[in-house]
Design a protein around this ligand. Structure first.
Ligand SMILES: Cc1cc2nc3c(=O)[nH]c(=O)nc-3n(C[C@H](O)[C@H](O)[C@H](O)COP(=O)(O)O)c2cc1C
Length: 274
């Protein structure tokens, strides 16, 4: 195994859970495999950061993390992913999900990185507080998750330091990737969240923090209650608002939220593929 030149964490993380896990993995991996150096961090959550691609080379390691949206890699990233080039660099693929399931997202992410010229040396699925609710996987990643992230990094460092040629990590999932089955609301109609938009209560102090964190750049700076572009329901505005003034009131959205709160309470554990 050639020496590791650098380690970079790359994250899309509207509500910050993916960023926390990936930062920990990259830091511990750097301590173990890249002594004396600190990892770089490229966060591509905001639209400006996705306007330029990224290019790596052999000898570099990228810890690449995204949240799971509807059991898959967020669709909003499909164009951006084409601009990230591995050129033989090693990748560690990480997905973070809200305690329901990660379905085919990790397999999809490893395939995407592979097709962009990375050798995916390791993969993992971690759990973060659900974007839709503070009650599902509340406060995660927690201490136990962070300890497991360090354990995962130690395993990755051992694999990278091994004498045998690097084998590609095989993640759990199905090809072709599956779409989630259609859910129905109380009226028996197919659930459709495409029209759900965050609302703004009178508690809003117009501080503009929601404008700064929206990964789609969709909140009007002049009137922060107006959504002027696409909303991916990432909840960055809801969870960032210091006045608690942002919320979703859409009926189908609330049905999904209640379902998740009832059915996804049992703690799930991170999974590693080395
Ligand atoms: C649109 C959307 C779809 C989601 N779909 C899933 C899912 O299929 N399974 C799951 O367990 N969590 C799902 N989640 C929850 C996120 O994966 C989870 O909360 C993650 O920790 C958020 O990452 P972030 O903090 O980096 O934004 C979804 C969240 C959003 C916004």
């Amino acid at each position: 195994m050639r020496p590791i030149r650098s380690i970079t964490a790359m994250t899309f993380s509207p509500t910050g859970t993916t960023r926390r896990i990936v930062s920990r993995i990259a830091k511990v991996l750097c301590e173990k495999a890249c002594r004396g150096r600190v990892p770089a961090h490229r966060d591509f959550t905001l639209p400006g950061a996705r306007s330029e691609g990224a290019s790596f080379r052999e000898g570099e390691v990228v810890v690449f993390g995204v949240p799971v949206y509807a059991g898959r890699v967020p669709k909003v990233l499909s164009e951006y992913m084409k601009t990230v080039r591995g050129n033989g660099a090693l990748a560690v693929a990480v997905v973070v999900y809200g305690n329901r399931d990660y379905d085919d997202a990790l397999l999809e992410l490893t395939d995407l990185l592979d097709s962009q010229g990375f050798l995916v040396a390791a993969a993992a699925a971690f759990i973060g507080e659900h974007s839709y609710s503070r009650l599902i996987a509340e406060g995660r990643p927690d201490e136990e998750d962070m300890a497991l992230a360090a354990e995962f990094s130690a395993g990755v460092a051992r694999k990278m330091g091994g004498a045998v040629p690097m084998a590609k990590a095989v993640a759990k999932g199905h090809r072709p990737y599956r779409e989630l089955p259609v859910s129905r609301n109380e009226k028996g109609e197919a659930i459709d969240l495409s029209g759900a938009r965050p609302q703004t209560s009178p508690a809003c102090r117009e501080c503009g923090q929601c404008v700064e964190v929206c990964p789609m750049g969709s909140i009007d700076r002049e009137d922060v209650s107006a959504i002027v572009g696409e909303c991916i329901r990432c909840n960055a505005c809801v969870k960032t608002c210091p006045s608690g003034a942002k919320y979703f009131a859409d009926g189908d959205y609330l049905t999904v939220k209640r379902w998740l709160e009832t059915h996804c309470a049992q703690r799930r554990t991170p999974e590693f593929f080395l």
